[in-house]
Design a protein around this ligand. Sequence first.
Ligand code: LLP
Length: 465
Amino acid sequence: MISNQERVDSGHGYLPQTIPGRSPNQELLPLTAKVNSRDCLEIGGCDVTTLVERFGSPLYVLDEVTLRTACKQYREAFARYYPGVALPIYASKAWSCLAVCSIIASEGFGFDVVSGGELYTTLQAGVKGDLIYCHGNNKSAAELELAIAHGCKIIVDNWLELEMLTKLADELSSKPIPIMLRLTPGIECHTHEYIRTGHLDSKFGFDPDGIKEVFAFVLRQANLDCIGLHAHIGSQIFEEQPHEDLAGVMVEWMKQAVDCGLKMRELNLGGGLGIRYTEADDPPSIDEWVKTVSTATIEACNRLGMSLPKLIVEPGRSLIGSACVTAYTVGFRKVVPGIRTYISVDGGMSDNPRPITYQSVYGAAIANRMSAPMVERVTVAGKHCESGDIVIKNALLPETEQGDILVVMATGAYNYSMASNYNRISRPAAILVHEGEANLIIQRETYQDLIRQDCLPTRLTPKLC
Ligand code: LLP
């Protein structure tokens, strides 16, 4: 591993190095990243600086090969380690749009959606309802109705939802509605540590202490088919032990359900595998992670005399995080003597709210001078009217000048999906790159788009003289 310091001393710029056998979630840049003869960053066979000339900046550049490779690695790992049926489903909250959903659907994945909007997007991408699992701790009646109409599986979060569903099932469905029950397993994960507690302060899911009552209620509802249990313990997790523990306790609860008379056959262990945002991050590979959850599930089933359930996992970040970079154009440089040098870019917290929200750390490169030596530490600032709008604090970069194209790595997960129009800044375009071809998958918002939903009462209409 080359640390930032070594990169300075060796005088090299940022030269992406993909190590064969590693998973996309262990890479900083998309798998197809290389430096071309113009010393520019190329992704998916497209020169990023040319993409910016053509499509403007900021620009999300999404690499199809990286996304498909991550999907394939999940699929192949399940084939290797889990003898029963397994279904990875994409946590579409990471990035929901038609193109992303349709690529992932074509890789044989199901979908996790958390709102009517995500459900609608997934359906519009051509995904069949029986491959869609609907989440949410406060689903509206309209969301439940849409899910039922399309034969989706509903992951029930709480008592109110159970009661709403029993009523809706009678009105709307001729056959029992497939549901799963979400539990709060008492395994709490922070990025680099986890705690196991008896009960957890979480807004999601049923408390396992009262689960027998839930099982008994569900058993009495002929219009609900309770197919399994679900839990999700957190995101950007590098440790494997929490998921191993999770599989163990979930199989125990499934056994209790089966003993109560429920015909449970699916076990959903959520998502959470982390990705590399900087050289300091060292997540396990997709293969290792799948091996851990598969082995733990098999062991628990053997121990408790249970047949293997259909095993479901819900990766979001580890599928799409490393497949995308965001390209910005560098503007003003401000030197605060003895304190800090700022360089400003033409985006920031509206296209990537993660640094200001979670203090997330990212890596960057200068796409038009990839081999230039990393000589200075600068703070990359966004253009929003907010002092905290910092993209990267103390980034190690080559000397930069106005007009340079600065690329922030690993922005595929929870960037576009959490983007806003703060300061009435248009959300960027997104481009899918593949074998030298660049396709627009999300149009850049225009000023007209920004006022599209505004309504002006007639009495306020400006009088033009
Ligand atoms: N399943 C459930 C029920 C979830 O709540 C989540 C993420 C996932 C799956 C996918 O987890 P992943 O594989 O992506 O770790 N906005 C935050 C992340 C929030 C994650 C919420 N739930 C961020 O930008 O870091």
